[in-house]
Design a protein around this ligand. Sequence first.
Ligand code: ZN
Length: 201
Amino acid sequence: MNYYSTQITNLIDELLRLPGIGSKSAQRLAFHIINMPEEHVEHLAETLVNARKKIRYCSICCTLTDTDVCPICSSIKRDHSTIMVVEHTKDLAAYEKTGQYSGVYHVLQGTLVPSLGKGPDEIRFKELMDRLTGDDPKIKELILATNSSLDGEATAMYITKKVKPLGIKITRIASGVPIGGELEYIDEVTLSRALDRRIEL
Ligand code: ZN
């Protein structure tokens, strides 16, 4: 039975497609939007469309950005000889919040998922290898900061196996990041400590 008009139902249905939004949240958001001043709604809609249109992957580190090369990759203040490998842009953001890391990143945009047969071609692994085998600038250290989940560990192991022959120092962030822990939920102190105590592989 349809309690609402078609427009309201459509809005609720669209909101329901977003991750983490259940039917109660979708209804609450829908009614909030309907009660917002029209110009605010227009601004929100425009922001969504622009974000989707303009955001792309950095041509160097593969993070989400709105320029060809992201601000971190184009900064001369960063140490371009140290690359931290993370799963997603939100993990990069978590490390940036600590303010303790001055190197650059590589964002895989996912992990290997051996149980589902998801392999290296489905993440930004080739782009990482291209960076490591190019010689400008020479990479001195690769810090593996994938999550400590099964898939995160499998990804770290795979990268280690492929990169080790290149003679680049490889380190893994230390424990302190709980097993199965998602980087984005871990506090900044713990993240900094995990980075400080990284171990060489
Ligand atoms: Zn970048």
